[in-house]
Design a protein around this ligand. Sequence first.
Ligand code: KG4
Ligand code: ZN
Length: 355
Amino acid sequence: MMILGIETSCDETAAAVVTDAADPALRIRANPVLSQLAEHRPYGGVVPEIAARAHLDHLDRLIREAMAEAGIGFPDLDGIAFSGGPGLIGGLLVGATMGKALALVHGLPIIAVNHLEAHALTVRLGHDTPFPYLLLLVSGGHCQLLCVEGVGRYRRYGTTIDDAAGECFDKCAKLLGLGYPGGPALERAAEGGDPSRFDLPRPMKGRPSCDFSFSGLKTAVRRAALALGEAPASQDIADLAAATEAAIGDSLIDRTARAIDRFRAEHPEGRHLVVAGGVAANRRLRQRLSTLAMERGLEFVAPALALCTDNAAMVAWAGIERLRLGFTDSIDFAPRPRWPLDPTAPRAIGAGVKA
Ligand code: KG4
Ligand code: ZN
């Protein structure tokens, strides 16, 4: 089975050709990703209108590139998968329209993939990870703990009541003058820092639910950054960056530990803790999750670093997982800016509008 994947839900324009070859190392035939970082950097965040126009400008070239690199033509494909949501509507429309047009011309089925499901299943592209597994999904827009019971079968244990973990990394990095995107910049800045110098809060720590909160931490970081004055020394920045990373990490570890208890009680047969989404590229977080899993008798698995941040190989792979089960979508599929993986999940206490 061979699928073309298209990703346009946020600020990465990406196309990929992926197969279900028995050897995971041979599955990704092409996976070009075009980051729009330079276009959004002057604004310190993603501007939806700029993102949509950039997807429109570059998507056809990226698809041609992916097909050429894979050395295949459209008749070799079994289907076309695109991110159908959640995400920015302008970009979603560009990807969905392109996917549908190609599918109509070449007589192929379409698979409208939930972008969160793509993150959730990415680990199975590279590692044989059976269901059920516990997933910490941490990206710029989402922060959730999910029990992944199967393709299309998710139970949400917890979500954030305000900001996502990646959003917290980005906003705190901005407060520290570290630029955009903040996650990787803050991780680098934290390297020579002393995390114990600043006493930052660990929101939600010890609470019985599996929910997250990061806005109080962000406020504390703002206060600490202001107290450093106009021109802080680079060691001050490193110390505050290290303290911020440690506080976000403590919060994620505490909530995940809580979710492991529930997962083990509900699924004694489950063996894996998985992390996914852009923040899963953080090396210290991966290390800490690996230790936590070991302490609790689970095996920790994470996608390769390059597959944690947005890409189209994960969309194509989710397309393969769905097509194998006979799940395809109708040509009148409408992109969904909001599309929760577990629509039955109760809202987090104190939650705003986030799905
Ligand atoms: O999954 P992703 O590429 O896009 C969304 O679907 O949101 O995640 C992007 C997020 C950004 O907030 C970025 O700062 C964060 O992931 N991120 C990181 C790291 N690399 C990316 N956060 C912490 N450490 C990193 N190394
Ligand atoms: Zn994402």
